[in-house]
Design a protein around this ligand. Structure first.
Ligand SMILES: [Zn+2]
Length: 134
């Protein structure tokens, strides 16, 4: 399974970015579904990675899943010091072969966040996608 990191400035045009952010604020993830085979993509793409089809439709996936992996940040980049410690989490979404990464507040050590912990998307701001434990 491929880890896909959402980089909105590169993969979405402005209106899609707004739609993605609005979805995230209501706990959902905007994805692109192949109209031929149903394969889901997080990023805008011209050809389906599964079947090569060029047709897609937007779908709104429930932003809930399980923690697949993460990195604990104790030395934050400039401007993010106030958020430490935090984790940059890869969340495997329920019912889809999709992983998405985001910010989880107040994770100090691996004992705070066992792999497989249930979590959900709760918003979007300067930190990116916000993820909280369920
Ligand atoms: Zn397809």
């Amino acid at each position: 399974m491929q880890v896909v990191q959402y980089i909105y400035s590169k993969v979405y045009n402005l209106s899609a970015k707004e739609e993605f952010i609005n979805d995230a604020k209501s706990g959902k993830i905007l994805a692109r579904k192949c109209t031929k085979c149903g394969y889901l993509h997080l990023a805008t793409t011209y050809y389906c990675q599964n079947c090569g089809n060029r047709g897609f439709e937007n779908v709104h996936i429930e932003g809930k899943g399980t923690v697949a992996t993460y990195t604990i940040i104790t030395v934050a980049p400039a401007g993010y010091e106030k958020y430490t410690p935090y984790a940059w989490v890869v969340l495997k979404l329920d019912g889809a072969d999709l992983r998405i990464s985001g910010f989880m507040q107040n994770i100090k050590s691996p004992s705070d966040l066992p792999l497989g912990t249930r979590a959900e998307i709760t918003g979007y701001d300067e930190r990116g996608l916000l993820i909280e434990k369920l």
